[in-house]
Design a protein around this ligand. Sequence first.
Ligand code: UPG
Ligand code: MN
Length: 492
Amino acid sequence: MASPASVAGASYDNGNSSFIDPLLVSRTSIGAERKAAAGTKRKYWAAADKRERRATNECSGEDGRPLLFRSYKVKDALLHPYRALIFARLIAVLLFFGWRIQHNNSDIMWFWTMSVIADYPVDRSACYLSDDSGALILYEALVETTKFATLWVPFCRKHCIEPRAPESYFELEAPSYTRSAPEEFKNDYRIVHLEYDEFKVVLDHPIRGHNLSLKDSTDNNLNFGATDMCIPMLVYVSREKNPSYDHNKKAGALNAQLRVSAILSNAQFIINFDCDHYINNSQALRAAMCFMLDQREVSKALNQDQSATPPPPLNDTFVAEMEMVVSASYDKGTNWGKGVGYIYDIATEDIVTGFRIHGQGWRSMYCTMEHDAFCGTAPINLTERLHQIVRWSGGSLEMFFSHNNPLIGGRRLQPLQRVSYLNMTIYPVTSIFILLYAISPVMWLIPDEVYIQRPFTRIDKDTSPSSMKPPMGFGKTTLRLVYARSIVGRKI
Ligand SMILES: O=c1ccn([C@@H]2O[C@H](COP(=O)(O)OP(=O)(O)O[C@H]3O[C@H](CO)[C@@H](O)[C@H](O)[C@H]3O)[C@@H](O)[C@H]2O)c(=O)[nH]1
Ligand SMILES: [Mn+2]
């Protein structure tokens, strides 16, 4: 008999539309909140497999460990009507086209009617900041941030603070916390808030070389007695840039960072953020790890024996090695940017890198969390947004006209994945068709013949060109130009 886990595995493997839920034992969620969240989930999602449900509860996976995530499917009661609707719409569109081909524009009223309808150990985590501008001021800001972190991190641990981005946390009208006595929380909150405001002032008005006002958390009137005070290793990386070498923008910066982290911490899990992103749910990384460490995945994905290495002592050879891997010429003539790391020579390195990874047979999973996992900022004005769209469309087309075209590349892509990548790379071209579609209703307004009056042209009875006189005010007789409609009209 097949074990529950392998049966469950088979069922979620073919479910592309499924949603997966990490089975986190959350320290922070309060019972009622969790129940409410589960209620909303139950409204739209149904467990994909009963046997999987049993396996998650009974610790009866293949090696006796409990499963770490469960798959859900959109409820049939929602999915089937939706699919029926899409199908009906498709039929309606086809019927309409059939009808339109047989009827000319004299049936214009019909057309109008229709178009209207239509917990990882801290000493094993490291945080890398890539400063691609190489500005000393950013380094100094990071040093200040570290000082604030020695206060902020234990405060978050002690009171289970969420979200852990201080700016978003202090914006909350009713700040959330759990565990300790409200009085103690109030006191801690006040002190940390004050320190945060001071920290922001320091960032806005930096004073070179001045050891700024932030004290160690021990100097404050805070009692972190039983709380773990450790913070992860923080590394500032700024790669070398040289006009004789292409720096390959974000992909180049990320690859340099990958190499440094390989030497310093060599961890198995890496999560990347743009400078304008932040973590909104501190459980997000743990949740993602559930998918990779679950017994159904672990044998395929990684070797469990590997573990993050503690950083070696910072001696001269070691520093020289790190300097070498961030030098401007390091990846010239190597496979970096082609088959290794983030892909170069394209404006949208994220899509093409994802495509290459999927193309090798790796699978990705869709996971949503009750408090959104990550947040970020989008362009705030039209100019910026247009620049972004131009960059994205350019990158997409570049990918379409390269060997990474989804029609030919990505040997192990699944058919639906191929369709979505195709959609992602060809979409700038669809703008032409959308434009045509948008103006097509107006075309049917134009009748068979168009009369355009030229009010300033007088024409004599003798129409030979030599007798044409210059315009003289409003002519009594006007020239009528008659255009026969040839482009649009009778037949599609
Ligand atoms: O030479 C460069 C250029 C950019 N970046 C960083 O790359 C990130 C993304 O750049 P941004 O200008 O914010 O681009 P967006 O259009 O907002 O980013 C979206 O689109 C990019 C691809 O075009 C993806 O890489 C991003 O993940 C995605 O959020 C930022 O952290 C930048 O600091 C560098 O490090 N070096
Ligand atoms: Mn951005």
